[in-house]
Write a protein of this length. Structure first.
Length: 339
């Protein structure tokens, strides 16, 4: 598996464009952060025919600032407002400061038709904030949780947001896996009410996640689907097919719970260049053995370290045996070296 995963799929069937869908609104979306891995992510969907408008990237409304946070800009979308939100985050504003600033400095002088969701990692902790303008199209609302924000407009009802939140909170695994589950929570006919005649929730769907080391605009996971009006295709199902094909929920940090107070893990996993030992236990790593699939030791590290270059190893399955100071316990974690 390559380090960065990009899949944008256009599904063309019965191409009849409904210009009334317009680009005026975007519908249900979620932003989230993981304070353990430092990942930030965004996912969403809407009943807007991006094919008719010539928009290639279905993830345009989500903005990821690696190591900092995620911002979804929707409802009467203006790229300039999105840029301003990103600039405020890069200047160090908190999510609540960003949403307040955007209301006071709306590019079109009409903040009442906008909707925002912001999640960020601030001094190691998650912070969130959301804003829904009073003139957004009904049904409209948002839900701000500890490390996520869910927002939507032109919705079937509160059930869409509540179902997304429930799926996100109840799903174990990586941030990407939880975001995909949240979208599944919104997979109901007419979730965006404009798509009821299409017998679907929406016309496009996307998911993307950045880790702290990613360059801006180059998330290591980015998948998306566009479908045309009257195609009668459910884009969230199509997105799930892509997610399953890349083993989205198996792209893990390798962190596992054990008898040690805390967690030890390897990230990213798989990797083709560098792996990092993530140590959230109260103990320091004293020695790490890297062994191949037949038990041969191919590398030994005898000092505490965070990053290990594995570019010279052959592709395959390896095991890291991590020994800790002050305890006789050790942890063995399987990882995959990619081509």
């Amino acid at each position: 598996m390559k380090k960065h995963l990009f899949f944008y799929v256009t599904i063309v069937s019965l191409l009849f464009f409904d210009k009334r869908s317009g680009m005026a609104q975007d519908t249900f979306s979620i932003v989230g952060v993981d304070t353990i891995t430092g990942e930030v992510g965004s996912a969403g969907a809407s009943c807007v025919d991006l094919i008719a408008f010539g928009i290639l990237d279905p993830s345009f409304l989500g903005d990821l600032i690696p190591g900092k946070g995620a911002i979804n800009t929707q409802a009467a979308y203006l790229a300039a407002n999105q840029t301003n939100a990103r600039n405020r985050m890069n200047l160090g504003d908190t999510p609540s400061q960003i949403t307040s600033w955007l209301q006071a400095n709306d590019v079109g002088s009409n903040p009442h038709v906008r909707q925002y969701g912001v999640a960020a990692i601030v001094s190691g902790s998650a912070q969130t904030a959301a804003y829904t303008g009073t003139n957004c199209m009904n049904y409209k609302s948002h839900v701000a949780g500890k490390n996520y924000c869910i927002q939507g407009n032109i919705l079937l009802g509160q059930v869409v947001l509540d179902s997304m939140e429930s799926k996100f909170k109840r799903t174990n695994g990586t941030l990407a896996c939880k975001l995909m589950a949240a979208l599944q929570g919104a997979k109901m006919v007419g979730a965006d009410t404009r798509c009821a005649p299409n017998n679907s929730s929406s016309l496009f769907a996307f998911l993307k996640v950045s880790k702290p080391s990613d360059a801006y605009g180059n998330p290591y996971i980015s998948i998306g689907v566009r479908t045309p009006t009257n195609s009668f295709i459910e884009p969230i199902d199509s997105l799930q097919t892509i997610a399953n094909g890349i083993n989205l929920c198996s792209i893990t940090t390798g962190i596992k719970e054990n008898s040690i107070k805390g967690s030890i893990g390897i990230f990213p996993n798989p990797s083709n260049t560098v792996i990092s030992v993530l140590n959230y236990s109260p103990y320091k790593t004293t020695k790490v053995f890297i062994r191949n699939s037949i038990g041969q030791t191919v590398r030994t590290e005898e000092k505490e370290f965070k990053n290990l270059n594995i570019a010279d190893l052959s592709a395959g399955i390896y095991f890291a045996e991590i020994n800790l100071s002050g305890t006789k316990e050790k942890q063995i974690i399987k990882f995959v070296k990619d081509n």
